[in-house]
Design a binder for this molecule. Structure first.
Ligand code: FAD
Length: 356
């Protein structure tokens, strides 16, 4: 990836300004995107949806149609040079097909989204510090921001130009268009620290378009299992709000929500949990605390608590949280839940992902 970007900027120095100063995250993101394309090749529908979202999302960087050709040509050159003598005609043809497909789906999706803003300016209208390293922000986008409960968006703060980070939207769409984000500050983290410590009501942030596949199937009548660790509660809360707002008998689907935290004070959104329960009779909440042996209720890491339950084969399952928690939970669910009905957008690039 480093070699690819060197080639890109040497031949097209004007493109450097589209990228952040520190390129390590960018290189990881491109590598992860290519890997994701490779393992989705046997699922054209999922690959298409992923690339289309990526194409719409790339409008926020200022990517234009002609850039796709430059990207594809440079990537092919970098691969050829890196692969040396193992680069043969067959490999070149395979990469050519893959790169052309990636670029054409992304460019077409960007074109289709031309009527919508490439990014949204949003005012921070509330900033609540729930604990030392966690804040709940309420944002009001300047223009309508379309999304579905369970999706995430990307945020750029003024302190870190061209650096975008993903955050889950913590509510179902509201009449006033406001959005909540639950942000945990990572030690040394650029954007999360700015959002938790340096952001105030009245500040402006930029938002990229909504992405993600952790969206409820409202045609389903199956019961629902939600497993949320830390700020992974944010998209799960949005999904439950969305389900509770569904008219008719499907609203009666039973929902079991497991929420994990270290200690009780880390359950930063207890009043909202209580509100959800009062508004949604079919919701059952189980809190699992890992480092609080004196507390009431189940003890242990979320995946060990979930493991003690019966099978979830007939449920739609939503899993969200830090990469380690998501990985461990997916392992536990491997024989207990159906892959087809499993929805998951891990809060970290390193998490093991399974297509929804
Ligand atoms: C789909 C998705 C949804 C997300 N939703 C949320 C959300 O709702 N709330 C939320 O707080 N975060 C969420 N995240 C994580 C978020 O995108 C950032 O990764 C996180 O805020 C750190 O960004 P940063 O700029 O502060 O840190 P960076 O400057 O990117 O990283 C600083 C250091 O921290 C390490 N690091 C980065 N991320 C993490 C992490 N998650 N845990 C531990 N170490 C880390 C890096 O490797 C680096 O060494 C989500 C991520 C994804 C992929």
């Amino acid at each position: 990836m480093a070699y690819f970007y060197s080639l890109l900027f040497t031949a097209n120095p004007e493109l450097r300004a589209m990228f952040p100063l520190a390129m390590d995250g960018q290189r990881r993101a491109l590598s992860a995107a290519l890997a994701r394309c490779a393992w989705s090749m046997d699922n054209p529908q999922s690959l298409h949806e992923y690339l289309a979202q990526l194409g719409r999302d790339h409008r926020k960087y200022g990517v234009q149609e002609q850039h796709y050709q430059v990207f594809g040509g440079t990537l092919a050159s970098a691969l050829r040079l890196i692969n040396g003598s193992s680069w043969d005609q067959e490999t070149a043809a395979a990469w050519h097909t893959a790169i052309s497909h990636i670029c054409s789906v992304m460019a077409a999706a960007a074109q289709d989204a031309a009527a919508e803003p490439p990014w949204w300016a949003a005012e921070v209208i509330r900033h609540e510090r729930r604990c030392r390293d966690l804040a709940v922000l309420t944002l009001r986008p300047g223009e309508p921001f379309p999304y579905q409960p369970g999706q995430y968006l990307s945020v750029q703060v003024l302190q870190w130009p061209r650096v975008w980070r993903n955050y889950s939207i913590a509510n179902a769409p509201r009449a006033d268009g406001t959005l909540d984000l639950h942000i945990r500050a990572i030690p040394g983290g650029q954007v999360s620290t700015s959002l938790v410590q340096d952001t105030r009501a009245g500040d402006t942030v930029l938002l990229g378009p909504a992405r993600g596949t952790m969206v409820a199937d409202h045609s389903s009548a199956r019961d629902i299992l939600c497993i949320a660790g830390g700020t992974g509660f944010a998209p799960i809360k949005a999904v439950i709000e969305g389900l509770a707002a569904q008219p008719g008998r499907r609203a009666a689907r039973r929902i079991r929500l497991f929420v994990g935290a270290r200690r009780r004070p880390d359950l930063y959104d207890l009043p909202e949990l209580a509100r959800l329960q009062s508004q949604c009779a079919q919701l059952e909440v189980i809190t699992a605390l890992s480092d609080d042996p004196g507390a009431r209720g189940p003890h242990g890491l979320l995946h060990t608590v979930v493991r003690q339950q019966a099978s979830w084969q007939d449920c739609d399952v939503f899993v969200s949280g830090p990469p380690g928690m998501v990985r461990a939970t997916l392992r536990v669910l491997a024989h207990r839940a159906s892959d087809e009905h499993l929805y998951c957008d891990p809060h970290g690039e390193a998490a093991a992902r399974r297509p929804a």
